[in-house]
Design a protein around this ligand. Sequence first.
Ligand code: ADP
Length: 303
Amino acid sequence: LYGAKRYIKGHTLGEGTYGVVFKAIDKVTNRTLAVKKIRLGKYKEGVNVTALREIKLLKELHDPHIIELVDVYPHKRNLHLVFEFMESDLEAVIKDRNIFLSAADYKSYMQMTLKGLAVCHKKWILHRDLKPNNLLLGSNGQLKLADFGLARIFGSPNRRFTHQVFARWYRAPELLFGSKQYGPGVDVWAVACIFAELILRRPFLQGSSDIDQLGKIFAAFGTPGEAQWPDMTCLPDYVEYQYSPPQSFRSLFPQASEDCLDLLQRMFTYDPKQRITAQQALEHRYFRTEPAPTPPHMLRRPS
Ligand code: ADP
């Protein structure tokens, strides 16, 4: 039993960047799964060899903090990616007003996110599109990163879909300036935005266009100077911005601890070469000092 015949198709879970996602049951293992149908319309010859090689790489990526790609099969001009089923996502937690998030709770979410990120970056796989609804939550509270590597394999997500605009709020400044040689730092910036959102309980920098997004970033952290980010002026879409002074991290996040502010500051570093890496962030004293991260099974689930 293989391919489409192996799965009992359930109801639609949602419409994503690359296509529809539906619930399914594996007839062989009885396991509940989520199948992502990817439209291949624009690939006349089907998926190319490089893409298939990269999908194979993702299938071999086994980690407690990365969503498992269980199977891949073609069906009626579409490619189906079969993932483990997850109950909820971090966006639902942030939006659920019945859930109080303590400093220990968001430390736990950040630690799980960074663990997944560090594993992918070690294998040179970038996400490029991290946002709270890509951080999925399992029934035991475990957080897992979803959609890893898909942006690279299937090209830039289609901006026609309105939900994609939200991804802008998590874009690193080098991406907004059109950098094409970006690295893992883009994911660290996105995680910093999610970190800020967990603390503030609202998206931190809500730009209405790419230009406005950079304006919002500079209004918070100050317009970067040549010394702070030497390569900035060489980026393809670089434009000069009116000077804004930086605000103190303390004033941006009044309720955060000193350790927390220090880590945030290192993640929100303008120059991607100086930005903290996921692995270094995990080793930051923030994760060793009080309060200890809440054990995943103790985290409250959204209703
Ligand atoms: P996006 O492109 O906006 O990140 P996705 O393509 O990842 O969206 O997913 C679309 C919807 O499908 C999500 O909102 C989510 O509810 C659901 N979904 C995606 N992956 C899973 C999964 N592994 N388990 C359960 N639901 C999922």
